[in-house]
Write a protein that binds this ligand. Structure first.
Ligand SMILES: [Zn+2]
Length: 328
C-alpha cells in the first residue's frame, strides 16, 4: 500500500499517512509469532541464548567514539554519533535535525550527549528514523523520543516490532526486546522525507527485518555533491530462513533486496555496524588529512556481493540442518 503524497513537507503536515495509519493498524499482523518446535530451536547459528549479556558479548557496541562530521559544508552534512560497534547518524537541517537509529536500550542519552558535543541542541531533533527494528538499532529510540519530542518515522513492515518492542518472529525471547516506541508516521519505498534544507529518500530493503529501511541523500562538500547511502542490513544474523521462518516471505525479501541494490553505487555508504563499511579506518584517514576519506564507490557493491554469498550459504546450511532434524 502506498499513499499518494510522496513528500512529507518540512513542517511534517503531510496528507496521506495519517489516514493510512488507521488502515494499517487494522490490517497489519501484530506479530509473526509461530511456535518453533523445541528441536528446531538451534537451527540458526546466532540464535539468542536464554542467558545473555549483550555488553559482555558485544563490548564494541558500548565503546564510546568521539562524534564527528563524516562529510559536509560548514555545520551541515552527515555526522557519526554512534559507538565503535553501532552506527548512529545525525543530520542537521535549518529546520531541526534528524537522527538515524538509537543504539541499544539505554543509549538514548549517549546519542543526545554526542549531539551536544557536536555543538547542536538535542532538543532540536525533530525526526527519528530507524534502519530496522532490532534492539541494537531501535533500543534507544523511546528514550530519545521522550527527551526530544521528535517524531518517529518508520516503515509499515517494522511498525509492529517497534511498537511492541519485540524481535519479529522471536517475540517469546525477552533478551531481544527493546523499549516499545510509537511510530508517528509511516514511510513507503521511494518516498521522500523533507525537513528544512535536507531531503532523504526511503528504500525498503527487506529481509534482515521485514521493514528494513535504507535511506539516501545528497550531501555537499567543497561545492561538490555526493550521494550518501545509509544501508539497513542484509546479514542473516539470528534470522530463521526455513522451518517456520522468521516471518513469511523472508527468503524472497532478501533476494529482492540483493536484486534491487545490484546497480547501486553510492559515493558514500554508511552502515549501522561500522565495521561493515570500515568506518574506523576511514575515520583514521580523515583525521590524517583526507577530507574525502568516506568516499568509497566500490565499497557498497563489494559488501553486497559478500552479503549475498553469505545469505545463500546460510540458507543452504539452515535447509540441511532442518532436513537432518526433521528426518531424525
Ligand atoms: Zn538487525
Amino acid at each position: 500500500m502506498r499513499w499518494i503524497s510522496g513528500i512529507l513537507a518540512g513542517t511534517l503536515v503531510a496528507c496521506g499517512p495519517v489516514a493510512q495509519d488507521s488502515a494499517v493498524a487494522q490490517t497489519a499482523p501484530d506479530t509473526a509469532k509461530t511456535d518453533v518446535p523445541d528441536r528446531l530451536a538451534n537451527l540458526v547459528d546466532d540464535e539468542f541464548p536464554e542467558q545473555f549479556d549483550w555488553q559482555q558479548s558485544f563490548p564494541s557496541w558500548y565503546a564510546a567514539v568521539e562524534p564527528y562530521q563524516i562529510i559536509g559544508t560548514g555545520k551541515m552534512g552527515i555526522y557519526f554519533i554512534g559507538t565503535e560497534g553501532l552506527g548512529m547518524y545525525f543530520i542537521p537541517t535549518d529546520a531541526g535535525h534528524i537522527v538515524i537509529d538509537g543504539g541499544m536500550p539505554g543509549q538514548g542519552q549517549y546519542v543526545a550527549d554526542a549531539i551536544r558535543t557536536l555543538g547542536f541542541d538535542a532538543q532540536d531533533v525533530k525526526i527519528l528514523l530507524n534502519s530496522h527494528a532490532h534492539l541494537d538499532h531501535s533500543g534507544g529510540l523511546a528514550e530519545l523520543k521522550a527527551m526530544t519530542g521528535a517524531q518517529l518515522i518508520a516503515s509499515e513492515g517494522d511498525r509492529s516490532a517497534l511498537e511492541g518492542g519485540f524481535y519479529l518472529g522471536s517475540e517469546e525471547n525477552s533478551r531481544a526486546n527493546a523499549p516499545p516506541v510509537k511510530v508517528d508516521r509511516m514511510i513507503a519505498d521511494g518516498e521522500t522525507l523533507k525537513l528544512g534544507n535536507v531531503t532523504l529518500t526511503a528504500h525498503i530493503t527487506p529481509g534482515h527485518s521485514r521493514g528494513c529501511t535504507s535511506w539516501t541523500m545528497p550531501v555537499v562538500q567543497s561545492g561538490k555533491t555526493y550521494q550518501a547511502l545509509f544501508f539497513c542490513s542484509a546479514t542473516v544474523a539470528a534470522n530463521r530462513l526455513v522451518g517456520p521462518p522468521q516471518y513469511q516471505g523472508i527468503v524472497a525479501d532478501y533476494r529482492k533486496t540483493f536484486a534491487m541494490t545490484k546497480d547501486w553505487k553510492p559515493d558514500i555508504f554508511l552502515t549501522n555496524h561500522p565495521e561493515f563499511s570500515d568506518m574506523l579506518e576511514k575515520r583514521a584517514r580523515q583525521k590524517a588529512g583526507d577530507p574525502l576519506a568516506f568516499v568509497d564507490r566500490d565499497g557498497f557493491p563489494a559488501m553486497m556481493d559478500k552479503l549475498e554469498q553469505a545469505f545463500e550459504a546460510a540458507l543452504q546450511k539452515q535447509k540441511l540442518k532442518y532436513n537432518a532434524i526433521m528426518s531424525d
